[in-house]
Write a protein that binds this ligand. Structure first.
Ligand SMILES: Nc1ncnc2c1ncn2[C@@H]1O[C@H](COP(=O)(O)OP(=O)(O)OP(=O)(O)O)[C@@H](O)[C@H]1O
Ligand SMILES: [Mg+2]
Length: 254
């Protein structure tokens, strides 16, 4: 489904403060699976997602999605095939627009439109169904501006907006990290339901080992831009991951 080949990326290239994040990095992501990416701060997780999403340009290498090299495709063009949810609840939505307007915009991704003409009754029925699935009562708040929603409500809305066009790829970058533990669990459960219901190929970054194991099919641990663990989630334990983390942290300090 997604192939990353010989990816190299450094920030501040040829300067004193150059940071090499990836050097000839390779990764294959299978279709219809949720792959969790974990690893210490600064190991390159977000950079990888940003390169896949096209908002950071790689120095070298190819990003191949469904056998098509998309390395030179602009971010807006890639966005048609990809849904994204960010850590910051204000990023995946437009706070000054209503729930209905936000959903309509997400629905029209990649098309030309004007906001006034785009909301149709039959579309609304679908939005209401999607919101009802969330079980947060948002279907009764269609005309509420998103800025008045809680973080958990916003992330849940972002999630259905990211998934409603059945993207080839769903990219989640710590999308529950800003939420309290209870809300985080609710959003994670909804995430799993949604990606299973629509068989969406997903890459999910998390710092929560338990969530990474519980909600993914495969776990990849990165350390300084390299894969140091790659296993089916059912074959890994939280203790094991924490032990590897600790060892790596000790190595980094030593
Ligand atoms: N725009 C940028 N300019 C300069 N350096 C950057 C930039 N973006 C990321 N970096 C650096 O690249 C490295 C990888 O960063 P990245 O954000 O991918 O880490 P991460 O694994 O997502 O970490 P975290 O768990 O803290 O989110 C870090 O050393 C970071 O400081
Ligand atoms: Mg990050």
């Amino acid at each position: 489904m997604l192939k990353i080949r010989n990816l190299s990326k450094s920030f501040n290239k040829d300067m004193d403060n150059e940071i090499e994040v990836f050097n000839r990095f390779n990764l294959d992501i299978e279709a219809n699976r949720c792959t969790a990416i974990i690893g210490p701060n600064g190991c390159g997780k977000s950079t990888l997602l940003n390169i896949i999403g096209g908002n950071i340009q790689e120095d070298e290498g190819q990003i191949v999605l469904k056998n098509k090299d998309i390395s030179n495709l602009r971010e807006e063009k890639r966005a048609i095939h990809m849904g994204r949810v960010y850590q910051d609840p204000s990023m995946g939505v437009s706070p000054s627009l209503t729930i209905l307007e936000n959903m309509s915009l997400a629905d029209k991704k990649g098309e030309r439109f004007t906001l006034r003409r785009l909301i149709k009754k039959r579309n609304m029925d679908r939005y209401i169904d999607l919101l009802k699935d969330l079980d947060l009562g948002l279907e009764d708040k269609l005309d509420t501006k998103v800025q008045f929603l809680s973080g958990g409500q916003r992330q849940s809305l972002s999630l259905i907006m990211a998934a409603m066009k059945y993207p080839d790829l769903l990219l989640l970058d710590e999308h529950t990290a800003a939420l309290d533990p209870k809300t985080s669990n609710v959003v994670m459960k909804k995430t799993k339901e949604l990606i299973e219901k629509y068989s969406i190929t997903t890459i999910m970054i998390s710092h929560n080992m338990r969530d990474a194991i519980a909600y993914s099919d495969r776990i990849i641990m990165l350390d300084r831009g390299q894969i140091i663990l790659d296993r089916p989630s059912k074959d890994v334990t939280e203790e094991e991951l924490i032990t590897i983390y600790r060892t790596k942290l000790d190595e980094a300090i030593a």
